[in-house]
Design a protein. Structure first.
Length: 411
């Protein structure tokens, strides 16, 4: 036990005496890599063999020619020479042509999965879209005894697996929401098996139940207010178009401002349950429902603010109505400007939406809100796992936390 506490000074700082430190290149097998490289424009959507490149997605496309498949040892590590993205690959693959570096770990020195995590933990400074492998080659790798490497890899992979499971759950919920949106806006809040019993009518925005109406948004909303915040002496949260999460349609950030230095666009007052829709590049789908903690705050004039008339329209129903593809398709058809496409507030307010009875609006809003709540819960879990992984990666690679005492079952 005392041995574990003894440290020595290394190129990477203080590390346990039984750990070694070696240059990156001394941990890999340097030999000619035999693998075909495919230009991105030739990637296929389906095929026999996955294509791995330096992009964010683990698999970028597919290829059919067996002659191009990597024929060396597995697992290997991919390093994006331009992107600095690191991937662990343990299956036959074909390389993307540009900037995809295939690195073969020396298994006599490093466990391949540990090596992947060690490389992922390295701070390789960005050179923009220039090449980075020359910087990677100069880095040092901490090399605990192989059994401890395997235990470190086991712990980190367990966290990653939980994160991937959570991502799959999020994807499933998003698909469920997409399916529900189509069903609810066509048939109303009836069960899937009862959909055929609903009498439909054809309208300019698609089929819907006979007892629904079609209205322009402007007929169902109230006026909103503006003020020039440069003339005010109160601090406020400012919501810009960059504050919106386009995947989940919500506000995820703000900047604080006060007085004369406030942005000139900081003029539109928002209230709880208002819906904000970006008028610049509307097809980017930057919309959000204003939560309580942004009540009476300010958004950019690059948003159209929609305040539902509570006697006519459920604000969350309006929020989901503006998430429909046909809403953005309509805006795309009328946007103006080639380099900076935009629509006006008036354009948005003239858009037609389905208008069911109030009770039906509420039912639809509650069903979709329930799914959104589940998505948010899983998103929070994913973020917590990402933070845990980041912390554990740093602490395990610097021996601030040691796992050499744990037992790992061989599968």
């Amino acid at each position: 036990m005392k041995q574990e506490l003894e440290l020595k000074q290394t190129e990477l700082g203080e590390l346990p005496v039984d750990w070694k430190v070696e240059k990156f290149e001394d941990c890999i097998i340097k030999k000619r890599i035999k693998v075909g490289k495919v230009q991105q424009q030739k990637y296929k959507d389906v095929g026999k063999f996955p294509i791995v490149d330096q992009g964010k997605n683990k698999i970028a496309g597919y290829w059919d020619d067996k002659e191009n498949v990597y024929s060396g040892d597995l697992p290997i590590v991919i390093f994006g020479d331009h992107t600095r993205i690191v991937k662990f690959i343990d299956f036959p693959f074909v390389c993307g042509a540009d900037g995809t570096k295939v690195i073969v770990p020396d298994k006599s020195k490093v466990d391949p999965l540990y090596f992947y995590y060690a490389v992922s933990s390295l701070d390789v400074s960005s050179r923009g879209y220039n090449r980075h492998y020359s910087l990677l080659k100069e880095k040092f790798i901490a090399r605990p005894p192989l059994p401890e490497q395997q235990k470190i890899a086991y712990v980190l992979s367990a966290i990653q697996e939980d994160k991937e499971k959570t991502e799959n759950i999020i994807s499933s919920y998003k698909e469920l929401k997409k399916s529900l949106m189509k069903h609810l806006f066509k048939y109303g809040h009836v069960k899937f098996e009862d959909a055929e019993k609903v009498k439909l009518k054809e309208t300019e925005i698609g089929e819907m139940p006979e007892n629904w109406e079609v209205n322009e948004i402007k007929e169902l909303i109230e006026k909103t207010k503006q003020k020039d915040m440069r003339k005010e002496n109160t601090e406020f949260k400012y919501i810009d178009v960059s504050s919106i999460d386009r995947d989940f349609y919500r506000i995820v950030g703000f900047t604080l401002h006060k007085g004369k230095t406030s942005p000139s666009r900081a003029r539109k007052i928002v209230k709880t349950n208002d819906i904000i829709v970006a008028t610049v590049r509307p097809t980017l789908k930057r919309i959000a429902l204003v939560p309580e903690d942004y009540d009476n705050q300010i958004c950019s004039t690059a948003f159209c603010v929609l305040k539902a008339n509570a006697e006519q329209l459920n604000s969350k129903f309006l929020y989901y109505s503006t998430q429909r593809s046909l809403f953005f398709d309509a805006l795309e058809s009328i946007q103006r400007g080639a380099s900076y496409p935009a629509v006006t507030d008036s354009d948005i307010k003239k858009q037609k939406i389905a208008y069911p009875p109030p009770a039906c609006q509420q039912e639809i809003a509650e069903i979709l809100s329930s799914v959104d709540s589940k998505i948010e819960q899983e998103e929070n879990k994913k973020k917590a796992l990402e933070e845990l992984f980041k912390s554990m990666l740093s602490n395990l690679m610097t021996a601030k936390i040691r796992v050499n005492y744990i037992e790992v079952k061989n599968e």
